[in-house]
Design a protein around this ligand. Structure first.
Ligand SMILES: Cc1cc2nc3c(=O)[nH]c(=O)nc-3n(C[C@H](O)[C@H](O)[C@H](O)COP(=O)(O)OP(=O)(O)OC[C@H]3O[C@@H](n4cnc5c(N)ncnc54)[C@H](O)[C@@H]3O)c2cc1C
Length: 428
């Protein structure tokens, strides 16, 4: 990792060092392919990002021999998620009977996770991460992308260019690279937005992560060991009126829904600065690539927070991209056909996941009702508690996803030499 200026040329330039960019950088560098990752921020310290690391990601880490290091990161593991209603508790997820090696969900601060991935990636000489470097445009020649234009966010130097055989947009849901390439997403809309907040835990609090269902609102509470990471869901577009009502209104609402929080709301939620707003969006690109350019992760598809799968899909995209592109990168030529292979591999999981998320969002809105009383627990959620195979299926959907990617190249730092036998075949 370096603070020097990026080089003038490389093999792969990745814009953005979130989960997608960090994992793809690691995989390519381990395969001996020169990769430069450009990240506009100086560090990874951004609160209220996704922290949920599911079994699919842990499996990828195991295949990379990184599990031991990952397990040393601060984290809370949980085997089930429940819904707290006025009539009792309903199971929403049970990871204890998942197939495979991992039977839990792990909550890891995203900055710790990214720090870990980039530290591991930096062990390979082919990897370079440049922070405080913002991609501001693309180099285009002969109808193909040939690299990026960037500027330093610390004010050092003017605009400069980095040429690359392949450019990857992993710069998130507001992707500047995607915009510069003239690629537009199809928006599917979302009926809700979310405000994140954190509250210290106290003796006597409920055990483990859960969601509270009250009239007009669903309030997920993620157990982070010493504190709760709470999510306050609201109908889309109502954050301005919520803020206008003052932070006291939010505190009273939370106290009514979860009286056990009363002793800490005043001190922990003093102003809106103690909250983070997530405008929920569900969208995806029709085409994830152009000659010389590939979009992955949120840059290709913004996911709803339902089931906390955004990080995990971003990681799966990175693995699929590495599996498909390492051979052509080694040959020194990446064609649109190669890039299409990545989209073909990842389009189905993205579509199915978004379809399920949109269905769950509709059920959430129905469940919370609008009047003084909730509309009640919808039938699909009741079925989850009554039909164990259905609960297992939904838990598996959250934890493992629809199509699992397995690491083919770069299982350990010694795998940097070219022409290696695939370690594990991807599932079909
Ligand atoms: C408030 C919030 C809560 C969330 N909660 C969850 C959750 O609980 N579970 C879950 O799984 N997912 C959650 N998500 C979604 C999850 O964070 C994303 O799906 C996931 O991080 C996507 O990874 P990514 O690498 O594609 O993009 P990002 O994580 O968005 O990373 C993009 C990176 O690119 C950098 N960047 C942006 N523009 C440029 C540029 N022009 N030049 C250089 N760098 C640039 C950004 O600084 C960032 O580091 C949440 C998202 C938000 C915003």
């Amino acid at each position: 990792m370096t603070n020097q200026h990026p080089p003038a040329t490389t093999t792969v330039c990745i814009a953005g060092c979130g989960p997608a960019g960090a994992m793809l950088g690691l995989l390519l560098a381990r395969a001996g392919i020169d990769v430069v990752v450009l990240e506009k921020h100086a560090d990874f310290l951004r609160d209220f990002r996704g922290d949920t690391v599911h079994a699919s990601t842990m499996q990828v880490l195991a295949e990379l021999d990184l599990l031991e290091g990952f397990e040393k990161l601060p984290q809370q593991r949980t085997t089930n998620i429940t819904l707290m209603t006025d009539d009792g508790w309903i199971p929403l997820g049970d990871f204890s009977r998942l197939p495979g090696r991992f039977q839990c969900l792990s909550m890891v601060p995203q900055y710790e996770f990214l720090d870990f991935l980039t530290t591991e990636a930096a062990r390979a000489p082919a990897f370079a991460l440049h922070r405080q470097v913002e991609v501001v445009g693309l180099i285009e020649e002969d109808a193909a992308v040939k690299g990026v234009r960037y500027r330093r966010t610390d004010g050092e130097g003017g605009e400069a260019e980095l040429r690359a055989l392949l450019t990857v947009a992993a710069d998130g849901r507001h992707s500047a690279v995607r915009r510069a390439a003239g690629m537009a997403v199809v928006e599917f809309g979302a009926p809700l937005d979310v405000l994140w907040y954190r509250l210290p835990k106290s003796p006597g609090d409920p055990e483990g992560s859960f969601a509270r269902l009250v009239p007009g609102r669903l309030l997920p509470m993620i157990d982070r060991g010493s504190y709760w990471q709470g999510a306050y869901t609201m109908p889309k577009g109502t954050v301005a009126s919520l803020r206008a009502a003052g932070i006291e209104a939010l505190r009273s609402d939370l106290q009514r829904a979860m009286p056990f929080l009363a002793n800490r709301l005043d001190t922990a939620l003093r102003s809106w600065d103690d909250t983070g707003f997530l405008e929920v969006r569900v969208n995806r690109l029709r085409r994830w690539y152009r000659p010389g350019l590939l979009c992955i992760g949120d840059a290709a598809h913004a996911m709803s927070p339902v089931a906390g799968v955004g990080i995990n899909l971003a990681i799966q995209d990175a693995v699929a991209a590495a599996n498909a592109l390492i051979p052509p990168l080694r040959r020194g030529r990446v064609t649109p056909r190669d890039l299409r292979r990545v989209q073909r591999r990842r389009a189905l999981p993205t579509r199915v996941t978004q379809l399920v998320q949109r269905g769950v969002q509709r059920q959430m809105i129905r469940a919370t009702g609008t009047g003084d009383r909730p509309a009640g627990v919808p039938v699909p959620l009741r079925l989850l508690s009554r039909v164990p195979p259905l609960l297992r299926l939904f838990s598996r959907f959250m934890a493992v996803g629809v199509r699992n990617e397995h690491v083919r190249w770069g299982r350990s730092p010694t795998a940097a030499a070219p022409a290696r036998t695939p370690a594990t075949e991807g599932s079909r």
